[in-house]
Design a protein around this ligand. Structure first.
Ligand code: ASP
Length: 475
């Protein structure tokens, strides 16, 4: 007998069906026992009566969160018991057969309600239980729909989804790298990508023209605000494009997402307003202005672009760069605006050089950023020189990029969206952990898997690693 999803049962009144799921609630009304059976698609009221003693006795033992398989007839509920709030509210199941598939101990916390008030570390330790919560399940389903929508949209625009390596060499994006020791090459390390930046540009050198990826990015940052050591970007890059092309694509895709997946939300202004970095700082004292006229209405989406950023800034807080005076404000691979190219090539008026960078902001949060890139080796080399890399280091770290651009590289540019952030804002969630299946704590731990954790002596030996610092006390 095929299994029915609960949401489909209402269309089969009078029929015998088989359903599987979790006991959501159990209650007795006099001699009649009711359970609400829950599966991924919904909840179904199931009725047990004493006239089938065997099934009835077993039903008495059922407890919340046991998994069961039930065969029975779908019948119309009595008029006064109809529940308009749920999809199966018109019907219930009259049971013929009940099978217990597994029992459950009392859960460490309630999975009813939104769960915001439960200690988050405990929710993470038992994430597989927390995910049974309606809110989290729904967040992951919507996240899937959004990704599916993006895939279809970009495929129609002739973008190709391409995977890039996770074991790689470091790309400076202003954070510390996670590294992986090489077993074959003692003393050498891979870096996990802070973003697929270099690979996507190399794909452009490879003639793929339009690339996208739902990409994992890994940055070993100190706990700072609502960040995760690994997060997901919608990463895109295209050849023969200018700033306006990438911004237009982003804007069309965002507007379509809202129209199709969030018809109740209203975009405050289209085309998205464009603000100069300078003006944003003068007027709003931030480069992520929240332009909502009414900040209390959660269904208003105020997108805007911030453009005309300085290419370089002074300061020492950025990791992954030499200790020199200048650091890129965003991406070292960016191209300056055309009128500043001469200055870059002559390393003149550095503080005045503006970049082609564009950041996309939603209700005061940066949800993405990108730029047109330097596609000539000369211009790229100048950026690295300004940032303070020595000649040998430039060759050693970025030689492959400069080499790749010697063989007819197309002008190109792109953008990456913070997908977790976008979904959390659209779902009105207070942080990105609520839309990630298995997030980490602020200090980078996974309390469920207990990671990071020690590895065996054997593994260390194979990797040629000796641990010298005493082990830090676990929290
Ligand atoms: N790689 C950049 C980032 O992760 C995005 C881009 O410039 O496309 O911020």
């Amino acid at each position: 007998m095929p299994r029915f999803l609960i949401k489909d049962t209402a269309k089969h009144v009078g029929e015998k069906v088989r359903v599987c799921g979790w006991v959501n609630t159990w209650r007795a009304h006099g001699k009649i026992l009711f359970i609400d059976l829950r599966d991924i698609s919904g909840v179904l009221q199931v009725v047990f009566v004493p006239s089938s003693p065997e099934v009835y006795e077993l039903a008495k033992t059922l407890r919340p969160e046991w998994t069961v398989e039930i065969i029975g007839q779908i019948v119309k509920r009595p008029e006064n018991m109809v529940n308009e709030k749920i999809e199966t509210g018109q019907v219930e199941m009259s049971v013929e057969n009940l099978k217990v598939l597994s029992k459950a101990e009392t859960l460490p916390f309630s999975i009813e309600g939104d769960g915001y008030d439960i200690n988050e570390e405990i929710r993470m330790k038992y994430r597989y239980l927390d995910l049974r919560r309606e809110r989290l399940k729904n967040n992951l389903i919507v996240r899937h729909k959004l990704i599916q929508f993006v895939r279809n949209f970009l495929s129609q625009e002739n973008f190709i989804e391409i995977e890039t390596p996770i074991l790689t060499k470091s790309t400076p994006e202003g954070a510390r790298d996670y590294v992986v020791p090489s077993r074959m090459e003692a003393g050498s390390f891979y870096a996990l990508p802070q973003s697929p930046q270099q690979y996507k540009q190399l794909l452009m050198a490879g003639g793929l023209e339009k690339y996208f990826q739902i990409a994992k990015c890994l940055r070993d940052e100190d706990p700072r605000g609502d960040r995760q050591p690994e997060f997901t970007q919608l990463d895109m890059e295209a050849s023969f494009v200018e700033q306006a092309d990438v911004m237009d694509l982003t804007e069309r895709l965002l507007i379509s997402i809202v129209k199709n997946l969030y018809p109740n939300k209203k975009i405050q202004e289209t085309p998205f307003p464009r603000i100069d970095y300078k003006d944003a700082m003068a007027k709003y004292k931030t480069d992520r202005p929240d332009l909502r006229k009414d900040k209390t209405d959660k269904d208003v989406l105020a997108f805007c672009w911030v453009v005309n950023f300085p290419f370089f800034k002074t300061g020492s807080d950025e990791l992954g760069y030499p200790d020199g005076k200048w650091k890129p404000t965003h991406n070292p691979f960016s191209r300056p605006k055309e009128e500043f190219m001469e200055d870059l090539l002559h390393k003149k008026n550095i503080e005045k050089i503006l970049t082609t960078q564009y950041d996309i902001i939603l209700n005061g949060f940066e949800i993405g950023g990108g730029s047109i890139r330097n596609h000539t080796p000369e211009a790229l080399e100048k950026v690295f020189e300004i940032v303070g890399y020595k000649k040998e280091t430039i060759i050693e770290k970025f030689g492959h990029m400069m080499e790749a651009f010697k063989y007819g590289a197309p002008p190109h540019g792109g953008i990456a969206w913070g997908l977790d952030r976008l979904v959390s804002l659209m779902q009105d969630e207070p942080n990105i952990r609520e839309v990630i299946a298995f997030p980490k704590t602020g200090d980078g731990r996974d309390p469920m898997m207990n990671a990071p954790s020690e590895i065996s002596k054997n593994q260390l030996e194979e990797l040629h690693i000796k641990i010298e610092t005493p082990k830090k006390k676990k929290k």
